[in-house]
Structures are given as structure tokens and as C-alpha cells.
Design a protein around this ligand. Structure first.
Ligand SMILES: [Zn+2]
Length: 174
């Protein structure tokens, strides 16, 4: 059986069917367990680091809360295994850069790729994450499971490279 990659591509609001949403993060009930697991699973990182050589796997897929951008209702969603037509035949590198010293920039951030926590970045650090999915979603949060209500969606190409800068908002790297 081929590797299954977690995906948010098929996620839709269960109330109105919209595919527009904002991430809210982990439900508070599981916070302790979540932070502990994350801290144990990830080594300290230096200025430029390479994430695990996979784009997250199904065992890392955890339920997170989202808010529908249309009807504003909240729902929980666990990334689903990507369909075959979502998977690239060669990985695409996502170069994520956390911009230095912007307002509210204290602390370590956790980078989520397709709903899965994939790595940590300190102020001014960057992270290279290989993705095997065509349709990717990135958001950023804290170790306690709270996330910024910003979401960045883009299409990856096989063998390509996508540069993203986060300074409170997302943009493509110049
Ligand atoms: Zn909705």
C-alpha cells in the first residue's frame, strides 16, 4: 500500500458546505497531551533546519477546530488521507520563513502543514518542509494548540519550491 498523506483539501463545513474557514486550534481539553507530545517529538532547531523528510503522516493527524468563514459555525476536523489525484509524483519544498520582530512575535511557533503540526520556528528562523500534496494549506500556532486565524493556501508543483513568509500575515517570499 502506498503512503497516505494527511490532507485538508476535502474539508468542508458540515453545516453549510463552504470550503472557506479559519483555523482555531486544538480544543482545550487535550492541550496538555498535545503540548507534551509535540515537545517530545521534535528536536531543538537551529537557524535553518530541515523538517522530517516526509510531509507529515496520518499518525500525526489530529483533530483541530475550525470556524466556517460563511456561516461562522465552529467544527472539528481531522485531516483525511489525500486522494490519489492530490498526490505529486515528486515532492515540492516549502520554505517557510518566520519574519523577525513583528508585533506579537514572542515565543516559539508551530507550523502546521495540511492541519498537521510539522515543526517549530523561533523568531527569524526558517523551516524547509517537503510536501507530496498538490493543494497545500499552511497555518501557524503556538505549542499550546492556539493558532493564528490566518490561513495560506497554494498549489505545489513536483520538484518545485514555494517560499512563504509569515509576519502575522502570510505572503509569498520575493
Ligand atoms: Zn458553514
Amino acid at each position: 500500500m502506498s503512503v497516505q498523506y494527511p490532507s485538508l483539501y476535502q474539508m468542508k463545513c458540515p453545516f453549510c458546505g463552504s470550503d472557506q474557514y479559519l483555523p482555531l486550534g486544538k480544543k482545550s481539553s487535550g492541550l496538555q497531551q498535545f503540548s507534551t507530545g509535540l515537545a517530545a517529538g521534535l528536536a531543538p532547531r537551529t537557524a535553518t533546519t530541515i523538517a522530517n523528510q516526509h510531509a507529515g503522516n496520518m499518525s500525526d493527524a489530529i483533530p483541530l477546530q475550525y470556524q466556517c468563514a460563511q456561516c461562522k459555525k465552529k467544527y472539528e476536523f481531522t485531516p483525511l488521507p489525500a486522494n490519489e489525484d492530490e498526490v505529486l509524483d515528486q515532492c515540492c519544498d516549502i520554505h517557510f520563513e518566520r519574519a523577525k520582530m513583528f508585533k506579537g512575535s514572542a515565543g516559539v511557533y508551530t507550523v502546521y502543514l495540511n492541519g498537521v503540526p510539522i515543526g517549530n520556528v523561533h523568531n527569524g528562523e526558517s523551516l524547509t518542509i517537503p510536501t507530496m500534496l498538490k493543494y497545500d494549506t499552511v497555518f501557524v500556532g503556538f505549542g499550546n494548540g492556539i493558532v493564528f486565524r490566518e490561513v495560506f493556501k497554494f498549489q505545489a508543483v513536483p520538484g518545485g519550491r514555494v517560499g512563504i513568509v509569515f509576519d502575522g500575515k502570510f505572503r509569498f517570499a520575493p
